[in-house]
Unconditional design. Structure first.
Ligand SMILES: Nc1nc2c(ncn2[C@@H]2O[C@H](COP(=O)(O)OP(=O)(O)OP(=O)(O)O)[C@@H](O)[C@H]2O)c(=O)[nH]1
Length: 689
C-alpha cells in the first residue's frame, strides 16, 4: 500500500531527510537511509511531532477559511468532479448532491503524489475502503478497492469528508539522482582521489600515466598483466590513488557535459622546455570551470633546455602561483621518462586529497559513472565503471545511463575477477543489455524488475528528449531565463583571431551590467572554434562567441548536436550590443544571417586587368552571385565583402551548386590563396510567431 519513504515524509514536512533519520534514531527506529520506508505505526508517531503542532496552529484559521469557502468551493468541486465522473462513466448520472460529512477527528488534510487507489485513499483518510466505495457509488462511480482514482474524484471524496487535499509535485522516477542517497556523516569514510592528467600535446601526459602505472603496479603485482579498463589504481605509501586513463581536458569535459563529475584532482603537465602553450591554458580553464584543484607537474626536467622558473612565471598569469611565491598552487618537478619525481607527485596528490576531505559511504547504494564502454563480440556490452559511492557487487541489478541489466562479471584493472568493489574503484562489468556512453551515471537497484522499469523509462524519455529538441542556453531565450531567475551568470566562451581582440572583447563583455546578472568569461582563446570549446560550452551552459573566427567542421557538428549557441561577429561593439540586448530582452531577431554554402579555393589565376580569379569548388550548399562572402583562412575570417563575378567556365551564372567548380572574383580583395574557404551568406528575415 502507500508506504512512505523517509525522504518523501521529509519533503511533506518540509524538513531534511537527515532530520527525520535522526528523529527516528531517537525513537529507536532503525532505518538505513533516506530511501527506507516508514511503517504506518512509525508514521503516526512522526505525525505527532511534525503534523500535529502545525495542525493545531492552522486549525482555527483553516476552519474559518473552510467555512467561508465551503459553499463556493463545493459548488466548484462538484462541477469539476461531475465532468470527470461523466467522462469516466458511460452511463452517467447527474452528480448527486454531496453532503458535507462531519470532519474526522484527526485528519484535516491529505496529500498524495501521482495517483491513489480507493484503498490507499481510504487509508489516508482513516476510513474503511467500503465507505469510500459506497460514496463513489453514490456519485455514480463503480470502483474496486485497487482501482486508481483520478484527481477530481479524489478531491470530491475528500471534500465530502471535509478534508483538504493537496497533490504533490510528481516524482520523476526516471531521474537517477532521485535514488542517490544522502549519506550520514558518520557513515562516510575516506576514499581514494580520482585524478585526471591534462596538458598540452607532447608535454608528456601519456608518459606520465605509464610511468606511474609501471613503477607502482606491475612491479608490485607478481605476474600482473595490466588491463586497460579506462582507469587504474595504484598505491603510494599504502594509500590508493585512482588515475583516469584518458588524458586530456576534452574527455574530462565531455564527461562533465553529461553531468558526471568524476575527477577530484587535475594534474597539469607542463614541459619545462616548452612552457605554457595554448592547450595548457585550455586545460586550466576546463579544470577551473569544473572547480577541480590543480597540481602542476613540471615535466621533462631531464632535458637540457628545462626552465621550471619560466613555467612558474608563465602560470602566475592564470592565478596558479607557487607556494614559494606566496600562492597556494603545488608545483612538482619531474621527469616522466626517467621516473624521477613521481613519488613526490603522488605524495602531493594524497596531500591535496586529504585537504579536500574526499569521502564516500561504502555501505550506501552503489552509484558512479561510466568511464568507457564498448560492444565486445564475445562478451556483449562491456562497460568500465568508476564506483563513486557504495559497493558494487556481482549480481546487482543496475541502471546505467539509458540501459540496464545485472552485473554478470567484474574485472579490475589488473585483469582479475572481483566480486565487489568500493568507492573510487574502476571496474569493468558485463551484463548490460546495451552499450552505455562514457559519462553516463549508474545506480544499483534492489530488484531487477525495478531496474528494468527505470531503464526502459529512461530509454523512452531519451527518445522523447531527442525529438523534443531541448536546447541549452541560447541568446533568444536568455532574457526569459533571467526573468524567471533561472540564470544569474551568463557563461561565455570567446574565440578570436588575435589575443588582443579576445582580451578587449572579454573586458567589455564583463562590464555589461544588467540587473545583477553577471557575464562570466570561462575561456578565451585564439584560433578557430574547436570541438573542445563546444563541449566546454555544453558542460558549462555557455554561449560561444567567435570574433573573426569560425567553427571547424567537428565543432559545427558538435554545436548542432549539443545545441550550443555559437555567435559569430566581426565588430566588437556589435558582439557586445548583442549580448547586452539579449540580457535586456531586446534582442532584435528580425534579420538573421544564414550561411548558404562554402567553396574551397583550389587554384589561383592572376589576371592583370581583373585581379585574382579563384578557381573554386563548392563543397557545401551553394554560392550565389548576390550573396555576401567571407574569406576564411585557417579558421580565421580575413575578409568580408561581395562577390564581383561568379562564372562557370566562361559564363556568368547566378548560382553554383555543391560539387561544381566555378571561378570567383571578389570586390576589392585579391589576396586570395589556395586553401582559402569562401563562405556565402544571406540575411534572412525571421518570422516571429
Ligand atoms: N626527455 C623527456 N622526454 C619526455 C618526458 N616525458 C615525455 N617525454 C617525451 O615527450 C614525447 C611526448 O610524450 P607523450 O607522453 O606522448 O605526450 P602527451 O602529452 O601524452 O602527448 P599527446 O598524447 O600527443 O597529447 C615523447 O617522445 C616522450 O618520450 C620526460 O620527462 N623527459
Amino acid at each position: 500500500m502507500a508506504k512512505v519513504r523517509v525522504y518523501e515524509y521529509a519533503k511533506q514536512q518540509n524538513v531534511s531527510s537527515k532530520e527525520i533519520i535522526n528523529k527516528l534514531k531517537e525513537m529507536d527506529v532503525e532505518v538505513s537511509n533516506h530511501m527506507s520506508t516508514i511503517t504506518d505505526q512509525v508514521k503516526v508517531k512522526l505525525d505527532e511531532i511534525y503534523v500535529k503542532p502545525k495542525q493545531e496552529a492552522h486549525k482555527i484559521e483553516q476552519e474559518k477559511a473552510i467555512q467561508k469557502n465551503k459553499s463556493q468551493s463545493n459548488k466548484n468541486r462538484r462541477n469539476k468532479g461531475k465532468q470527470k465522473v461523466d467522462n469516466k462513466q458511460a452511463k452517467s448520472q447527474p452528480a448527486p448532491k454531496t453532503s458535507i460529512a462531519k470532519k474526522t477527528e484527526d485528519v484535516t488534510m491529505i496529500s498524495y503524489a501521482n495517483t491513489l487507489t480507493v484503498g490507499e485513499l481510504a487509508e489516508k483518510l482513516g476510513k474503511d475502503a467500503s465507505e469510500i466505495i459506497k460514496k463513489l457509488m453514490a456519485l455514480g462511480v463503480m470502483a474496486t478497492k485497487n482501482q486508481d482514482l483520478d484527481d477530481d474524484t479524489i478531491e470530491l471524496i475528500c471534500s465530502d469528508f471535509g478534508i483538504e487535499v493537496e497533490k504533490e509535485e510528481e516524482v520523476d522516477e526516471t531521474d537517477l539522482n532521485h535514488y542517490i542517497e544522502a549519506d550520514l556523516e558518520e557513515q562516510l569514510i575516506e576514499r581514494p582521489p580520482v585524478v585526471t592528467i591534462m596538458g598540452h600535446v607532447d608535454h608528456g601526459k601519456t608518459t606520465l600515466l605509464d610511468s606511474i602505472r609501471h613503477t607502482k603496479v606491475t612491479a608490485g603485482e607478481a605476474g600482473g598483466i595490466t588491463q586497460h579498463i579506462g582507469a587504474y589504481q595504484i598505491k603510494s605509501n599504502g594509500k590508493p590513488i585512482t588515475f583516469l586513463d584518458t588524458p586530456g581536458h576534452a574527455a574530462f569535459t565531455s564527461m562533465r557535459s553529461r553531468g558526471a563529475q568524476v575527477t577530484d584532482i587535475a594534474i597539469l603537465v607542463v614541459a619545462a622546455d616548452d612552457g605554457v602553450m595554448p592547450q595548457t591554458v585550455e586545460a586550466i580553464n576546463h579544470a577551473k570551470a569544473a572547480d577541480v584543484p590543480i597540481i602542476i607537474a613540471v615535466n621533462k626536467m631531464d632535458k637540457e633546455g628545462a626552465n621550471p622558473d619560466r613555467v612558474m612565471q608563465e602560470l602566475t598569469e592564470y592565478e596558479l602561483i607557487p607556494e614559494d611565491w606566496g600562492g597556494n598552487t603545488i608545483f612538482v618537478q619531474l621527469s616522466a621518462l626517467q621516473g624521477e619525481g613521481i613519488d613526490d607527485l603522488l605524495e602531493m596528490i594524497l596531500l591535496v586529497a586529504e585537504v579536500e576531505e574526499l569521502k564516500a559511504n561504502p555501505e550506501g547504494r552503489a552509484v558512479g559513472t561510466v568511464i568507457e564502454a564498448e560492444l565486445d563480440k564475445g562478451r556483449g556490452s562491456v562497460a568500465s565503471l568508476l564506483v563513486q559511492n557504495g559497493t558494487l557487487r556481482v549480481g546487482d541489478p543496475i541502471v546505467v545511463g539509458n540501459t540496464f541489466g545485472r552485473v554478470r562479471a567484474m574485472v579490475n584493472d589488473l585483469g582479475r575477477r572481483v566480486k565487489k568493489v568500493g568507492p573510487s574503484t574502476p571496474v569493468e562489468i558485463t551484463g548490460l543489455n546495451e552499450v552505455p556512453q562514457a559519462g553516463d551515471r549508474f545506480v544499483v537497484f534492489e530488484d531487477e524488475k525495478k531496474a528494468r522499469q527505470i531503464g526502459e523509462a529512461r530509454q523512452q524519455k531519451q527518445i522523447e528528449v531527442r525529438r523534443g529538441d531541448q536546447s541549452k542556453v541560447s541568446l533568444e531565450d536568455l532574457f526569459e531565463q533571467i526573468k524567471q531567475g533561472e540564470i544569474k551568470d551568463i557563461n561565455i566562451i570567446l574565440k578570436a583571431d588575435v589575443q588582443g581582440s579576445a582580451e578587449a572583447l572579454a573586458a567589455s563583455l564583463k562590464k555589461i551590467d544588467v540587473e545583477g546578472v553577471k557575464v562570466n568569461i570561462i575561456h578565451t582563446g585564439v584560433g578557430a572554434i574547436k570541438e573542445s570549446d563546444i563541449i566546454l560550452a555544453s558542460a558549462s551552459n555557455a554561449i560561444v562567441i567567435g570574433f573573426n573566427v569560425r567553427p571547424d567542421n567537428n565543432a559545427k557538428k558538435a554545436a548542432e548536436s549539443e545545441k550550443v549557441d555559437v555567435r559569430l561577429h566581426r565588430i566588437i561593439y556589435k558582439a557586445i550590443e548583442e549580448i547586452e540586448a539579449a540580457m535586456k530582452g531586446m534582442l532584435d531577431p528580425e534579420f538573421e544571417e544564414k550561411v548558404i554554402g562554402q567553396a574551397e579555393v583550389r587554384e589561383i589565376f592572376k589576371v592583370s586587368k581583373i585581379g585574382t580569379i579563384a578557381g573554386s569548388y563548392v563543397t557545401d550548399g551553394k554560392l550565389t552571385r548576390d550573396a555576401g562572402v567571407r574569406v576564411i583562412r585557417d579558421g580565421v575570417v580575413i575578409f568580408e565583402g561581395e562577390i564581383d563575378t561568379l562564372k562557370r567556365f566562361k559564363d556568368d551564372v547566378k548560382e553554383v551548386a555543391q560539387n561544381y567548380e566555378c571561378g570567383i572574383t571578389l570586390e576589392n580583395f585579391h589576396d586570395i590563396k589556395v586553401g582559402d574557404v569562401f563562405e556565402g551568406f544571406v540575411m534572412e528575415e525571421i518570422k516571429r510567431s
